[in-house]
Design a protein around this ligand. Structure first.
Ligand code: BMA
Length: 307
């Protein structure tokens, strides 16, 4: 099982005529809403600070982008950038999970990244364009790779986040207050030296099926190669892993995935399902945006039956 790259790849490139998306566009969110694909993507320009841009498309392949970014750093906690958006619609309201990368390190020491700090942020919108910041899922620790479930579970908002080194499941009454007693680890890096043995983290919003939640996730190996995999989680209690196939479903092969700003990276924040096809959008080499697809039936079959 391998996702199929779209022939038009890469589908979004940096724009040398822009000051804020000059160098890299990557790790986009994409949701399908009212017959259009809406993309929120991470961009880096002349100052190397990440901002979040917006583009819209009829076919999911050709994009019309807004000239200005939608979300920019605001204070010390995100002065190095707002990164890796993941948007969902829950009961008619849009919520964005994004990472704030700031100067302040939050700890513990083994999670230290690039000399700064990262927090798992939440923003809310009613039109996909203007976003209100609501705070973070946790504070006082470095944490990222969070994403909301597309519906409430047993009446509560639900999310993944990554408390190093594990992926965690968390629920909340109001999506603003996240209590420690409502969080549990789901899985961590797989023992051994395989493709997901060093780091793991959630991709886009999980996909609901009759057999459980299909969760696409990224894994990193000892050579720092980023690949994508899938697992199946219990519908009522997503902290329970039903299946975790050993093989990845996607990995760097094209020049623009093997090279780039960071080499050997395919990193996804979006897997919308449109008419039975999963559209996996991803950053290639932290530099450009690619699209790979598969049928939902095939991926579910793989998750259920592969070893
Ligand atoms: C991760 C995140 C992603 C990035 C990836 C590869 O830790 O920072 O945004 O795409 O590393 O550099």
């Amino acid at each position: 099982m391998k996702l199929a790259r779209h022939p038009a790849n890469p589908i979004l490139l940096p724009d040398p005529t822009s000051s804020w998306e000059t160098y890299n566009v990557f790790n986009p969110s994409v949701i399908f809403h009212n017959g259009l694909f809406h993309m929120h993507y991470r961009a880096q320009g002349l100052d190397w600070v990440s901002r979040i841009g917006y583009a819209v498309s009829e076919d999911g392949v050709h994009w019309n982008r807004l000239r200005q970014p939608l979300l920019e750093p605001q204070d010390n906690t995100d002065s190095r950038g707002v990164e890796d958006p993941r948007v969902v619609e829950i009961d008619g309201v849009f919520y964005m999970a994004y990472t704030a990368y700031g100067r302040e390190f939050h700890g513990p020491p083994e999670t230290a990244v690039r000399g700064g700090g990262i927090l798992p942020m939440i923003a809310r919108s009613h039109n996909l364009i203007t976003w209100e910041r609501l705070g973070s899922i946790v504070s006082g620790e470095d944490n990222k790779d969070h994403v909301f479930f597309p519906r409430k579970i047993a009446g509560r908002f639900a999310a993944f986040h990554r408390r190093h080194p594990d992926v965690w499941f968390a629920t909340s009454n109001d999506l603003i207050t996240w209590r420690e007693e409502d969080m549990a680890p789901i899985f961590g890096p797989r023992p051994g030296d395989g493709w997901d043995s060093q780091k793991v983290g959630a991709n886009g919003a999980p996909i609901e099926t009759e057999y459980g939640w299909l969760m696409l996730y990224h894994g990193v190996d000892q050579d720092k190669i980023y690949r994508l995999g899938v697992c199946l989680l219990d519908l009522e209690d997503p902290s329970q892993v039903i299946r975790r196939p050993a093989a990845p479903i996607f990995w760097p092969e094209e020049l623009w995935e093997l090279r780039g700003d960071v080499p050997n990276v395919v990193f996804s924040c979006a897997n919308p399902v449109v008419e039975g096809t999963i559209y996996v959008y991803y950053g290639g080499g932290d530099h450009v945006i690619g699209l790979a697809t598969c049928s939902l039936d095939n991926l579910l079959d793989f998750a259920l039956h592969a070893h």
